[in-house]
Design a protein around this ligand. Structure first.
Ligand SMILES: NC(=O)c1ccc[n+]([C@@H]2O[C@H](COP(=O)([O-])OP(=O)(O)OC[C@H]3O[C@@H](n4cnc5c(N)ncnc54)[C@H](O)[C@@H]3O)[C@@H](O)[C@H]2O)c1
Length: 371
């Protein structure tokens, strides 16, 4: 690779980096930062396809000038991927077309990025002389719409009728059921990644993630809704709700997600070929309406809402049963969602030069009302 190929490399010669595809993105940049802080050399492979992620890359390089290098290239470029994977001692694969909405408009592109891109990486590792771990970011969407999970609607959230599902969430034993092109492409990649452990002994692990949120998230209406709601609210702009706003997800702070990836990597010898559900679990299950109420409390004013029809593939309820991951990866309990969302609001306000939000409960009139 040359500089003309988009490679920007500090003094990594002779050291074997850890490859992070999509490393300029939200989760990838948080993981890359942790790797570099722990003394690893990191090679980021990212097409900078998502608007705003170039600032994450600049941030990483400024923090770790001797540790982080990057290739700005597309995961669909088979040779570029093979070059980047040639020296890697481990691979974290986050590069993806990430939005269900986009996949419905350009399904071929979604397929090429998510399935063929993943296959390029797997092939690059299969043909290496040594065993190189690959950890793949999959999604709860592999379980489909979950239409058979009977729900009841409370005032602000859908809740499963079955007390066991309500208490535990959706486990890895749930049958796969791909919906929407994004569900199909991520699901196919998920299965290829698992099968390369089975068929070729490539040490792989799959993380089926629910909603991850936290700093460095460039949330939009199409993906990254927690950050998107906060950004719109901080900027005083209206928020569109698709459906009735009672849809529920378990949210997980990115620091906890990064911990899980690290832990899986360290244990790869005993867990290879397996998939784990990764999310905040029932304790961090929150509906759009509930999150919006918290956002209003945080910024101290109501947010303007518009309502539109349901979007394709939008599950009414998805909460992970993350107990297998917690047990086998020895994870600490996840950060409570209210704490993590408040921290994200402060980070976003700071990044955007918006006045930091003052929670309603900390306003003088609220204190008076309490006293
Ligand atoms: N954030 C979540 O809640 C969540 C949930 C489930 C699964 N995931 C998966 O986790 C991974 C990371 O998600 P994220 O939230 O950090 O998203 P993100 O959009 O912030 O990061 C994805 C990165 O991939 C890059 N990319 C996109 N197309 C590319 C291409 N063709 N070639 C090379 N790079 C390309 C983007 O520029 C971006 O930096 C994705 O695979 C996503 O499907 C995320």
């Amino acid at each position: 690779m040359t500089a003309g190929n988009g490679l920007s490399r500090p003094a990594l010669a002779g050291r074997r980096p850890i490859l992070v595809t999509g490393g300029a993105g939200f989760i990838g940049s948080n993981l890359a930062d942790r790797l570099a802080r722990e003394g690893h050399d990191v090679l980021i492979y990212d097409a900078l396809a998502r608007p705003g992620v170039e600032t994450n890359l600049a941030w990483l390089k400024a923090r770790h000038p001797q540790r982080v290098s990057s290739v700005v290239a597309d995961i669909r470029d088979e040779h570029g991927v093979a070059d980047a994977a040639r020296e890697a001692q481990a691979v974290f694969h986050f590069a993806a077309q990430v939005a269900v909405t986009t996949s419905l408009v350009t399904p071929r592109e979604d397929f090429a990025i998510n399935v063929q891109g993943t296959l390029h990486l797997l092939e690059a590792l299969r043909t290496r002389d040594e065993s190189v771990p690959l950890l793949f970011a999959s999604t709860n969407k592999v379980y489909g719409e979950l239409a058979d999970v009977a729900l009841e609607a409370t005032n602000d959230a859908y809740v499963p009728r079955d007390p066991a599902v309500r208490a535990k969430g959706i486990g890895e034993d749930r049958p796969l059921d791909f919906h929407t092109p994004y569900g199909c492409s991520k699901g196919a990649a998920d299965q290829y990644v698992l099968d390369y452990a089975r068929s070729f002994s490539v040490p792989t692990v799959v993380m089926r993630m629910s909603c991850i949120y936290g700093p460095r998230q460039m949330g939009t209406e199409d993906q990254g809704w927690v950050a998107h709601f906060l950004i719109r609210a901080l900027e005083g702009k209206p928020i569109s709700i698709y459906g009735d706003g009672r849809q529920v997800r378990d949210v997980l702070n990115v620091a906890d997600a990064v911990d899980a990836y690290f832990s899986a990597w360290k244990r790869i010898g005993s867990i290879q070929g397996r998939a784990f559900n990764l999310g905040g679990g029932p304790a961090n299950a929150v509906s759009l309406r509930q999150l919006l109420r918290h956002v209003e409390d945080l910024i101290g004013r109501p947010v303007d809402l518009t309502f539109a029809d349901w979007r394709a593939g939008d599950q009414r309820y998805y909460v992970s049963d993350a107990s297998r991951a917690a047990r086998e990866l020895e994870l600490r309990p996840p950060m409570p969602w209210r704490t993590g969302v408040a921290a994200l609001a402060r980070w976003l306000a700071d990044e955007r030069g918006v006045e930091a939000p003052v929670p309603r409960t900390m306003r003088p009139q609220a204190v008076q009302a309490l006293s």
